[in-house]
Design a protein around this ligand. Sequence first.
Ligand SMILES: Cc1ncc(COP(=O)(O)O)c(C=O)c1O
Length: 431
Amino acid sequence: MAKDWWKESAKDIPIVKTDIPGPESKRMHASTTRYFHGLSSQVKLFPVCFSEGHGIMLKDVDGNKFLDFSSGIYVTSLGHCHPKISEAVAHWAKRLMNAHDFTTPVKEKLCEKLAEVLPGKLNAMQFYSDGTSAVEAAIRAARAITGKHEFISCFRDFHGKSQAAVSCAQMLRGDVFSYGPTRAPGFYMVPRPNPYHPHFKKPDGSIDTDGYISFFKEFITESTVGNVAAFVLEPIQGWGGSIVPPDDFFPKLRKLCDDMGILLYADEILTGMGRTGEWMAMNHWDVVPDIVTFGKSFGNGFPVTAMVVSEENAEALDKISASSSYGGNPMACAAALASIEVIEEEDILENVRTVGAFIKKRMEEIKENHPIVGDIKAKGFLLGMELVKDKQSKEPFAEAGKLVYQKAFRKGLAWIPAGHILRMSPPLIMD
Ligand SMILES: Cc1ncc(COP(=O)(O)O)c(C=O)c1O
């Protein structure tokens, strides 16, 4: 149910008073972009200036109130300015903002709490201040654990924009090399199972996960120099379109990794901390990875991320220093600890499961009744709707995606820009 601190409940918003963007947003944006460059397509399309956020509501400088359907960018998952989290940060902002990587009382509590909620023996950790740094640490950890240097990642996954992270992804965006013209040596990519567009099919046309697994085995044997440290992937592909793999995929991938002596690294930066109705998306398939990273929702907006490996590999973390200027500072630890406690105290995982099932059912109905809705993707509050020109050819309908995105934004729905897959990640507190 709506809480007092939300200030607005879902039924009272959006409230749109001006054109979007309004006059004050336009003025501020124009003077800011005289100096500030490199904006995302989201901001370019809707240069709105936000001034406040409470719960599921975002307010702009023209007084318009938006329904937040993206949680910032999969970040403020427990709502904007959750009082418990804001107060926890403020507490340490007034006492001790930074103590390098020395132990602090709040770091002690966060380590214990995170180890408690994670499955298996995932309990050896380091803290960073952005997702990309946690991914870089995971790559270093995989090399330190195995003494090997190669990596396999998946088509259209995203892991960040620094050298190793970007080498696990595609570097060409549109017709420009966004992140540099070459992938670092030793990084390879393979297709990941997408049930709506399978590369490998059974005779009845449905996806064949065994086909993927045997291709991975052959590819690793033939293409690499036999020094693969880890298989890196998003459990559910976030940016690429909320693509949920078939249920039998991860148990089979776990076995392949074990058979080939390769670590399984699940990048849960987008999927972790309740987004799918579990602490980790991998929990849906009872598969425990060897390495996992958390970010985005981990501090509900405060920059704090984590890289965790299983206990038997803890010693390798001493070979890769955890020391950084901001990683694990007291405010960051307080934000992450309070966020985990909110998930427990407010029964957020159950809310995501119940409301998520309701949303999925409504999306199925929309799919049945609309010729351009080809597929829906849903795991908890990680949602997507794929628009196609016709259901037979499954040809992407990007123009429709853009139109729906823009029309809804003008009506007060703050969400993530779409190609032909409409992506939604509402706050997990949404009732
Ligand atoms: C799966 C995944 N990994 C890593 C990152 C990079 O995180 P950050 O933007 O905090 O550096 C992202 C960001 O979108 C992500 O979705």
